[in-house]
Design a protein around this ligand. Structure first.
Ligand SMILES: *[C@@H]1O[C@H](CO)[C@@H](O)[C@H](O)[C@H]1NC(C)=O
Ligand SMILES: *[C@@H]1O[C@H](CO)[C@@H](O)[C@H](O)[C@H]1NC(C)=O
Ligand SMILES: *[C@@H]1O[C@H](CO)[C@@H](O)[C@H](O)[C@H]1NC(C)=O
Length: 388
């Protein structure tokens, strides 16, 4: 789209010198020829304006996909690195999951990038449909363009209607139905990772839900993630019925019970671990076959797999705060009346954890679950309590 609009624009610019040289000669030209020329010029300008408008208004979706796949490789600079360096023009694509995972697993063998790469955080929203807390996120992202990318996996039937100024505008990836506790949920998470991996500048990948909020401003979160030696994947060995009790001995030899882990679904992983997850063909079949409800696979597959493969890269804790204090199978949900300074004091303070092998009191960067009614008071309190 950019190339096309760009070329139309430059065509128009190219007309200006023609006008000036011609008009400077106007004295010598007969009036009739001048009129004819003027008419012709008006026709040309009119035509370009109409075509730009048509492309902007109607052509974008259909042209983008074809432009991306057929136009770019044979553009003016066929051997330019841009194709690899820049994110895809559109998140829409026609790859199947199998094709997508294969494509996303490409890794350069030379570790040093031959261009100035500003590492980005990919914020991946796993949601059913709307994002009621979007205004808070918009404010959070404002002013940090170039340091983040946004991806949304929703129900396939959901049609997002974000204005073109929104960070969520056209950030939906091709999605499928995902069910809690089933492999289709892990498939959705891998789909998000794979789509985000297509942008070579994405270095860290955070899974979020529509009920998540950030607990600090962007700068604090970016620094915390960037400087961490570990990825924040919750992983613990629970000897009880809801931990080891869900293990199935048919999983040996790939998965030994001593490596069986449990953890919250809401993770942060770096690019290396994201690739481990999308390229996996070893553990996937075992989990798919032998971890079915009451074994909730989204709580075990990635923590266990990564504990086997790269235990030293894991912080073994999640950076997303949830409230289990009310008991029951679902964490607490907070609405309008819960949003007070004291409430955030409780979330932000009074925790101890390890960060880069040192004790730290900053343990959580995100929190859930927040109801749509929390939106308004959150916007009021954010500047003072969350720093944005
Ligand atoms: C699981 O690992 C332990 C050591 O951690 C080993 O002794 C045991 O034989 C393994 N079990 C299987 C079934 O491979
Ligand atoms: C996380 O757990 C693994 C074992 O499951 C361990 O090797 C690793 O050191 C732990 N990470 C941290 C930061 O303690
Ligand atoms: C972000 O928050 C930190 C700590 O609360 C604060 O020091 C900093 O000034 C904030 N940054 C911006 C850009 O507001």
């Amino acid at each position: 789209m950019q190339t096309r609009i760009g070329s139309v624009g430059s065509l128009e610019e190219g007309k200006d010198p023609v006008i000036t040289t011609r008009t400077s000669q106007s004295k010598t030209l007969p009036l009739r020829a001048l009129q004819l020329f003027g008419f012709f010029l008006a026709l040309c300008i009119g035509f370009s304006i109409i075509s730009i408008y048509t492309i902007r208004r109607f052509g974008i979706y259909s042209t983008v996909t074809t432009v991306k796949s057929t136009f770019v490789p044979c553009a003016e600079e066929p051997n330019s690195l841009d194709h690899w360096r820049k994110p895809p023009l559109s998140l829409l694509h026609s790859m199947s999951d199998k094709e997508l995972l294969w494509r996303a697993s490409f890794v350069p063998r030379i570790k040093k990038y031959p261009f100035n790469r500003l590492p980005k955080i990919a914020f991946m929203f796993l949601t059913k449909g709307p994002l009621p807390l979007a205004p808070l996120w918009e404010r959070f992202f404002k002013g940090h363009e170039g340091l983040y990318s946004v991806y949304i996996h929703s129900l396939p039937s959901f049609k997002a209607e974000f204005p073109s100024s929104s960070v969520f505008y056209r950030r939906q990836i091709p999605s499928k139905v995902a069910e809690w506790g089933r492999m289709s949920m892990c498939d959705a998470e891998r789909r998000l990772l794979a789509n985000a991996l297509l942008d070579i500048s994405n270095e860290w990948f955070i899974l979020l839900s529509e009920s998540c909020i950030p607990l600090y401003n962007f700068s604090v979160i970016y620094q915390y993630i960037m400087k961490s030696k570990h990825s924040f994947m919750g992983a613990f060995d629970d000897p009880g019925p809801f931990g080891r009790g869900r293990y199935n001995y048919n999983m040996v030899p790939e998965v030994n019970i001593s490596k069986w882990r449990k953890g919250s679904q809401w993770f942060e992983v770096n690019r290396k671990l994201a690739i481990n997850i999308v390229e996996d063909v070893t553990y996937y079949p075992k989990f798919e076959q032998f971890c079915r409800p009451a074994c909730y696979v989204d709580e075990h597959y990635f923590p266990t797999m990564l504990t086997i493969q790269t235990p030293n890269l894991l912080a073994n804790r999640s950076i997303t705060w949830v409230d289990w204090s009310r008991g029951g199978p679902h964490p607490g949900t907070f609405g309008r009346s819960d949003i007070t300074e004291d409430f955030f004091k409780r979330i932000l303070e009074g925790h101890q954890c390890r960060y880069n092998d040192q004790p730290s009191s900053i343990c959580f960067l995100f929190a859930r679950k927040f109801a749509p009614s929390a939106m308004e008071p959150l916007l009021k309190i954010a500047q003072k309590v969350l720093g944005f």
